[in-house]
Design a protein around this ligand. Structure first.
Ligand SMILES: C[S@@+](CC[C@H](N)C(=O)[O-])C[C@H]1O[C@@H](n2cnc3c(N)ncnc32)[C@H](O)[C@@H]1O
Length: 184
């Protein structure tokens, strides 16, 4: 089955978890992976879906053994294991990385749809990531919405500043990439 069919089929089953009808486009995936470099020691991607962003991350030259993937959906996890041998695929919510993941992450790349989530869930996800990341490392978040994908209250709670990309029109729907960092 193609990635598109698998993605759309799972969207129909679990729309509130997946929140998009198609995988991220290539231009957006490249922007999501822009800050990853081959010398990084540990990177996590959360909400990997069928792996469009994963592929862009690995195309930077990062060895697959240094990439951890967290994905709620079991069918997507099977696709990720088939497509990306060497990566660590966790069929777990991203919040669980504190129990199973590597520390001192150089970056976290997030396809998890944070924008529609309540503040408590946003805080659980970004809080877990920040616990596992090196100080000042980037938390890269995709969004389709018109505002920052982490609420003002959550940004304030963790002392996050951000930059954002131009809107990327070659995506369904058009997307933007935010980079959040915790201030010292
Ligand atoms: C919009 S899709 C993006 C998929 C993929 N990154 C892409 O760009 O094509 C969101 C993905 O996040 C996953 N997801 C939602 N909440 C999650 C959570 N708390 N932890 C891990 N994955 C989650 C969903 O199962 C879904 O695969």
């Amino acid at each position: 089955m193609s990635d598109l069919s698998l993605f759309f089929g799972q969207f129909l089953r679990r729309p509130s978890e997946i929140r998009a009808i198609a995988p991220t486009g290539r231009a957006t995936a490249r922007e999501m992976a822009r800050l990853v470099t081959p010398d990084m020691q540990a990177v996590a991607e959360i909400g990997s879906g069928t792996g469009t962003i994963t592929e862009a991350i690995l195309n930077t030259g990062l060895p697959p053994e240094r990439l951890e993937l967290y994905e709620l959906n079991a069918a997507f996890c099977q696709r990720l294991r088939d497509r990306f041998p060497g990566t660590s695929v966790h069929n777990l919510p991203a919040q669980e990385m504190v129990n199973v993941g590597r520390k001192n992450l150089d970056a976290v790349i997030s396809g998890v749809p944070t924008l529609p989530m309540p503040d408590e869930l946003q805080a659980a996800i970004v809080g877990a990531a920040l616990q596992m990341m090196k100080p000042g490392a980037p938390f890269v978040q995709i969004t389709y919405g018109p505002v920052a994908p982490l609420s003002e209250a959550v940004r304030k709670q963790f002392g996050l500043t951000h930059t954002k990309s131009q809107r990327i029109w070659a995506n369904l729907p058009p997307a933007r990439v935010y980079v959040f960092r915790q201030q010292a």
